[in-house]
Design a protein around this ligand. Structure first.
Ligand code: TYD
Length: 207
């Protein structure tokens, strides 16, 4: 007898947008209504993910092409590894993932043509396409204010100019992919509980 598959929901947003808070709150909510789920993120904690974090800290200079390929490779491992996302979903567990291929599109297209970034992520898309991408929308300035308030160190992508570019990239990508992907944009400039309420309401049909 075939088992019911878990859902695959991705949270996207700029650094500091509050997506990580939302993913945590949504996971707790799903548990409270009896839906088994796990929260995971990209870059992952695998060896490839660790190389990426080194690069993001700015300690190691790296060619943007290599960086894009590392993000894509980390993603394939994340999907296909033992106990990876695909296995969990096939077992009926819902997976909530903090960033996925739209992050690669939006961040890596600052350095590389979007068509190439899409191409190197095609395999991930074929293996595991999200049921829904939730974009927590907050202005780059508000994101930067939050990052500076909450952290001692910042990553190489964390400055208002870069975040503004990335935000525009996300919006451009949403237009370009159109109906081929399921995207929900929520206003991140509200109390966490209010944002969660909207997400709860608009994801009811998935469960
Ligand atoms: P993340 O750990 O989600 O940062 P934060 O918790 O601050 O939002 O992601 C780290 C950085 O990696 C972030 O600046 C976005 C970038 N990134 C890419 O450039 N490409 C990718 O494919 C992914 C997954 C992340």
């Amino acid at each position: 007898m075939s088992q019911k598959k878990g859902r695959f929901i991705v949270f996207e947003g700029l650094d500091g947008s509050g997506k990580s808070t939302q993913i945590k709150l949504f996971s707790e909510y799903l548990k409270s209504i009896g839906i088994e789920n796990v929260v995971t993120c990209e870059p992952t904690s695998s060896d490839i993910g660790k190389m990426i974090r080194q690069m993001l800290s700015g300690n190691e200079k790296i060619n943007p092409k290599t960086a894009a390929l590392l993000f894509a490779a980390d993603r394939i491992e994340h999907i296909t590894a033992k106990d990876g996302m695909a296995e969990l979903i096939n077992k009926g567990v819902t997976v909530l993932c903090d960033r996925y291929y739209f992050s690669s599109y939006a961040y890596q297209m600052a350095d590389m043509p979007l068509s190439w970034v899409i191409k190197i992520n095609e395999m991930a898309k074929e293996l595991l396409k999200p049921d829904l991408h939730i974009f927590v929308d907050l202005s780059p300035k508000d994101c930067m204010d939050r990052i500076l308030k909450n952290r001692i160190t910042t990553d190489i992508f964390e400055n208002t100019e870069r975040l503004t570019k990335v935000k525009n990239n996300f919006l451009e990508i949403f237009k370009e992919v159109g109906d081929s992907e399921n995207i929900l944009v929520v206003d991140g400039n509200r109390k966490p509980e209010e944002i969660l309420d909207e997400i709860k309401e608009k994801t009811k049909y998935l469960f």
